[in-house]
Design a binder for this molecule. Structure first.
Ligand code: ATP
Length: 140
């Protein structure tokens, strides 16, 4: 079934989430404050929007509250990530999934109600270690 997603922040992580969802046939709104990122995103997102994810009025105006699922993929600017997440939860977006930069960022995100928190490099490292030690890998 086709679902609606919004991705805020189009770094490597945000882009790859966005591309995959789009290729899977879902409706994806890509948001970034960088004009070049938004231009590029038109090839892998259903809709694009040049906006600051910390701007509450802009988020309201685009009707972000109507999205069931929003992914916040801003990590370097921790303050922006936190503020954006806070606005989304204040607007009662049901599922807000957020990329965290470090354990302090993670703790704050947890406190303000992020529904799922990712550490992609860490999570992928764990998965690879598990895969390497699973029986599915043939030892040459
Ligand atoms: P990567 O996924 O490439 O490792 P990252 O997780 O370090 O990147 P950032 O470099 O913080 O993430 O930012 C990713 C994207 O988020 C960039 O394209 C940046 O323009 C965008 N971005 C940063 N702050 C905001 C904001 N306040 N509103 C919207 N987009 C933002």
């Amino acid at each position: 079934m086709k679902k609606q997603f919004a991705i805020i922040g189009l770094g490597r992580f945000g882009q790859s989430v966005c591309r995959e969802l789009y290729h899977l046939g879902h409706e994806v709104l890509a948001i970034d404050k960088n004009e070049k990122k938004i231009e590029d995103a038109s090839s892998y997102a259903t809709h694009t929007l040049l906006a600051d994810g910390t701007d509450e009025a802009a988020l309201k105006q685009i009707g972000i509250r109507n999205f069931e699922h929003v992914i916040v993929a801003i990590a370097e600017d921790i303050q922006a990530s936190i503020l954006c997440t806070l606005h989304l939860k204040d607007m009662n977006v049901p599922k807000v999934w957020v990329k965290a930069q470090n354990s302090y960022h993670h703790k704050v995100l947890e406190k303000i109600g992020a529904d799922r928190i990712f550490h992609p490099e860490h999570d992928m490292g764990n998965r690879i270690a598990q895969f390497l030690t699973s029986q599915k890998v043939i030892d040459y």
